[in-house]
Design a protein. Structure first.
Length: 329
């Protein structure tokens, strides 16, 4: 798709994370042409970018599944209907279709556009940027990282993880069996992580340094050590060939905030059909909100199916809302 090209489809899904991928499958099942756009270069959204090697426990039918394996399965499931992927593209502007048909034109940051009968926003938490490490940020890409894309690359290395949330503790548990050493550094003695995970880390080989903060990272071309300072001002030097800054992230809807949708903080308000305040614009997954909403991948899958079934009727009023089950004959 070149910059001047305009693609035409039945449904444009904004966000190629798990919910968007499932929506693509279900749209194909309903006989709709579908395209997915995502600012990230790979499908999978937050799962692929932040925790591809993390086990996910709350997807129905899987006692546990790695993030990357879940994404691969969803891509395979959707592939039956050959959705069009527009990855590494940012959806910027929402406007009326130029061809006069009902629906919307979504223009990308590079000037390309998609005209669709309906738009489904499955943007998760929106565009997210990691919170930087206060000291040592210049080592990013030279041993300092925000996400661990391949744990195997950290085998037999000294790893320092900075943070006190779920991601920090999840990576500590993942890496402690394969790294030479894992040290978790947190400036407080209380944690935001799930209590059960905290206890697992305490019982593991992970060294926990609380009441400490990173004041410097040293090395040549690559990280070799981390300097931490405790509450008494004492500096300690830790050997490290890898530093994982798991300090959370800042999230924003980006240009979608300007689309004229009713927002509740950073979320998009929807009705029982998953339609937003604008006709033919729907939302599902973590980005959608309504009274009693619970943010789970499993919830998002159901919302995607609800949205797509209602979109199918919107695009073809003669269609049935419930098409029947998708099981084999």
């Amino acid at each position: 798709m070149v910059e001047t090209e305009v693609a035409v489809t039945d449904l444009l899904v904004i966000g190629a994370g798990p919910v968007g991928l499932y929506a693509a499958y279900y749209a194909g099942f309903r006989g709709l042409r579908v395209a997915l756009v995502d600012s990230l270069p790979e499908a999978g959204g937050q799962v692929t970018a932040m925790y591809p090697e993390k086990l996910i426990f709350d997807v129905a039918g899987f006692p546990a599944v790695l993030g990357r394996e879940l994404v691969a399965a969803l891509v395979e499931q959707a592939s039956r209907w050959a959705p069009r992927y527009l990855l590494g593209r940012q959806a910027r502007a929402l406007s009326e279709r130029f061809d006069g048909e009902p629906g919307w034109r979504v223009t990308m940051a590079d000037g390309a556009a998609v005209e669709a009968g309906a738009v489904l926003v499955t943007a998760g938490i929106g565009e997210f940027t990691p919170k930087p490490l206060p000291a040592g940020g210049e080592w990013l890409g030279r041993g300092l990282m925000h996400f661990v894309t391949s744990p195997a690359h950290l085998a037999m290395k000294d790893v320092v993880i900075v943070g006190g949330g779920d991601s920090a503790f999840d990576w500590a548990l993942t890496l402690c069996p394969i790294a030479r050493s894992v040290t978790l550094v947190h400036r407080r003695d209380k944690f935001r992580a799930h209590a059960g995970t905290v206890e697992e880390v305490r019982a593991s080989s992970v060294v926990m340094r609380t009441g400490c903060e990173v004041v410097a990272i040293d090395g040549d071309d690559h990280v070799t050590q981390v300097q931490i300072r405790d509450s008494d001002g004492v500096i300690d030097k830790l050997p490290a060939q890898a530093v994982v800054a798991a300090l959370g992230f800042n999230a924003d809807l980006g240009p979608i905030r300007e689309w004229g949708l009713d927002l509740v903080k950073r979320d998009i308000a929807v009705d029982t059909t998953m339609q937003t305040s604008r006709e033919r614009v729907y939302a599902a997954g973590d980005v959608a909100t309504y009274p009693g909403k619970v943010k789970l991948i499993a919830t998002g899958f159901g919302e995607a199916a609800t949205a797509v079934n209602n979109i199918a009727v919107t695009l073809d009023p003669s269609a049935h809302l419930f098409p029947g089950h998708s099981s084999g004959g």
